[in-house]
Design a protein around this ligand. Structure first.
Ligand code: ADP
Ligand code: TPW
Length: 585
């Protein structure tokens, strides 16, 4: 039996903090830990310090897995993606003021991406903070966190810890998932109370994310619209992946025969090689479709807000949207058939209504898509077959694609600009929730935090495909990866800079351009410094071999993949969002 399986103190009836032979007492530290454990939360991602050092220490002693990071933002991203992968809120633990602020970016990012997460931060004394008398790490953290997350709570009394944790869990996972802040002032932790009363004060949350069954009228309206469509399309988003309704979603797609597009993190929900995937004809289907059913995807910038050139002629589309958040409907364009409910229930209801007489979409539509796909895939295959020296994004990613194909259970983490955009289209995914990336904000810095949590939560090999700039945001966590001996293979696409390594300082000064890094940097030596494996790969064969070795051995590995510094484009595929100076001096 591992520490993690050992029965909780509640199961044995022995209160956590009861010293043998003394009055049975507990305290704030133990109540927080017991409240988390009671609700099935077994992992904490954090960074110790005043006032939560003992919380981390005791959590480990009580059988929780405590993963300590080198920077709170990375711990926060880890907690957020743990939440996405498990549907249980991922917990990030930080110290007050600066530690809290370091974790806050991840909390806001989790909320933006609908990942359930709880940021627990220790804080200074209310009396001093509120009078602004200058406490150690003084900050009104609750007020700062509130606008950046779904809910924010503070617990002042030990007997309220159960309620605080329960509310945080419910807020994080119910309805549209998101980030929750839980403020625990230093004084709370040492408050002592009777252990039995403490145990009674805890709440095991019943049905934390209740199903939300949509009305039959709403699903019927949607199906009527789909039936009449000449060019129907389904778009699957990361909400669909999060929902863990994989079999139902696949059945809906296959029974209706409708072509589908996966958003980035929905890749693999159905294998990317599925005949109904229209990913290789993306622009064509977005422009041409007449009825589009969004399942767990928002019509935000990633889908050009549902309008404009991408979406073809004005008024040529009707939208169906399946989402747990009623307020999401009509956020950008009119939704003709909103289905408000959880995706599992909504898809199940639709499947029950479809019936055997469902007509497959018109053949001229599916044929036209197939033709486009074949043409685009053939073009891509020709590009991938080239092997230039140095490697470019395509030739390196062809090697990555082969490794992922052979290990479809591996989790791919991906960030960067070109590295992100090309990997998304070149590396096929085969299983749900195996692709984790920069998400709704396109935030750099998720890399090592996501990789650590993916390995911890799933035990599967992790392959992190990182632009060299992207890697820098969380690179110090290679020590964390080595310390916990996690099966993480980091591939740094090293092209000497942000986007490219070719910019020059026009003044002739010795400072390099703002987008340029040290040339030929040895990122591989960083992993070696902590006892991991470091490799330099200069061609696809070396890259593939090193990745295979890493995935087979499970040893922490960093592969420094040398990429042509002229290969990238500025901002990758979203250069259109990048303002350029109108006046060139
Ligand atoms: P993508 O970036 O992949 O397009 P988004 O993050 O924009 O996806 O959209 C995800 C959507 O999924 C959000 O609007 C969210 O409310 C919704 N969602 C998340 N979980 C569920 C669920 N279990 N059931 C229904 N909708 C969900
Ligand atoms: C928190 C802006 C978007 S992409 C990127 C930056 C700095 C790095 C691109 O270079 P990289 O990739 O990683 O070397 P590649 O493949 O093009 O060579 N700060 C944050 N988030 C974002 N998105 C940025 C800055 C940015």
């Amino acid at each position: 039996m591992t520490v993690l399986d050992s029965p909780s103190k509640f199961a044995t009836g022995i209160p956590a903090a009861a010293p043998i032979g003394e009055a049975a007492l507990t305290d704030g530290f133990h109540l927080v830990i017991d409240a988390l454990k009671l609700n099935g939360i077994t992992n904490i991602y954090g960074l110790p310090g005043i006032p939560i050092t003992d919380l981390a220490r005791l959590a480990q002693a009580e059988g929780m897995r405590v993963i300590s990071f080198r920077h709170e933002q990375n711990a926060g991203h880890a907690a957020a993606i743990a939440g996405y992968l498990t549907q249980k809120p991922g917990v990030c633990l930080t110290v007050s003021a600066p530690g809290f602020l370091n974790g806050l970016t991840a909390l806001a990012n989790a909320t933006t991406n609908c990942f359930p997460m709880i940021l627990i931060s220790g804080s200074s004394e209310r009396e001093i903070v509120d009078l602004q008398q200058g406490d150690y790490e003084e900050m009104d953290q609750l007020a700062i966190a509130r606008p950046l997350c779904k809910a924010a709570f503070r617990v002042l009394h030990a007997e309220d810890i159960g309620v605080g944790v329960a509310r945080a869990i419910r807020a994080a996972v119910s309805g549209r998932p998101g980030g929750v802040y839980l403020d625990l002032p230093a004084k709370l932790f040492s408050q002592v109370m009777d252990a039995e009363a403490g145990a009674r004060s805890l709440i095991k949350v019943v049905d934390p994310a209740p199903r939300q069954i949509p009305s039959l009228e709403s699903t019927g309206r949607a199906l009527d619209l789909l039936k009449k469509a000449k060019r129907p399309l389904i778009i699957l988003g990361k909400g669909a992946a999060y929902a863990q309704a994989d079999a139902e979603i696949r059945a809906l797609v296959e029974q209706t025969g409708i072509p589908y597009l996966p958003m980035s993190m929905a890749k693999g929900l159905l294998p990317d090689t599925h005949p109904q995937s229209a990913a290789a004809a993306r622009s064509y289907v977005l422009e041409q479709a007449d009825v589009v059913m969004l399942i767990g995807a928002r019509l935000n910038w990633l889908l050009s807000h549902g309008k404009g050139k991408t979406w073809g002629a004005r008024g040529s589309k009707q939208f169906i949207q399946v989402d747990i958040s009623a307020a999401e409907m009509d956020s950008n364009v009119a939704i003709a058939a909103p289905i408000v409910g959880d995706i599992g229930s909504a898809v199940a209801v639709m499947l029950s209504q479809i019936g055997a007489d469902w007509r497959q979409p018109p053949a001229d539509w599916t044929r036209a898509i197939a033709e486009r796909k074949d043409k685009n895939l053939a073009k891509m295959a020709a590009t991938l077959a080239k092997s230039p020296t140095p490697m470019n994004f395509h030739s390196a990613l062809a090697a990555v694609r082969d490794v992922v194909k052979a290990r479809p259970d591996a989790i791919v983490v991906n960030e960067g600009a070109n590295t992100l955009d090309y990997a998304r289209s070149i590396v096929d995914m085969y299983e749900p929730r195996k692709r984790l990336d920069v998400g709704t904000w396109g935030v750099m810095g998720i890399g090592m935090g996501f990789a650590v949590a993916a390995a911890v939560e799933t035990g599967k090999p992790v392959i992190a495909i990182e632009g060299d700039s992207a890697f820098g945001f969380s690179g110090m966590e290679v020590e964390t990866i080595c310390r916990y001996r996690l099966p993480v293979c980091v591939v740094v696409f090293n092209n000497n800079g942000v986007y490219r390594g070719t910019d020059v300082n026009p003044t002739g000064h010795s400072d390099v351009a703002p987008t340029v890094f040290v040339k030929g940097a040895r990122y591989d030596a960083m992993m070696k410094a902590f006892g991991g494996v470091g490799v330099v790969a200069t061609n696809p064969a070396e890259l593939k071999q090193a990745m295979e070795d890493a995935v087979t051995s499970g040893k922490p590995t960093l592969i420094n993949a040398i990429i042509d510094e002229t290969a990238g484009t500025e901002s990758g595929r979203i250069g259109n969002l990048n303002p350029q100076a109108a006046i060139k001096k």
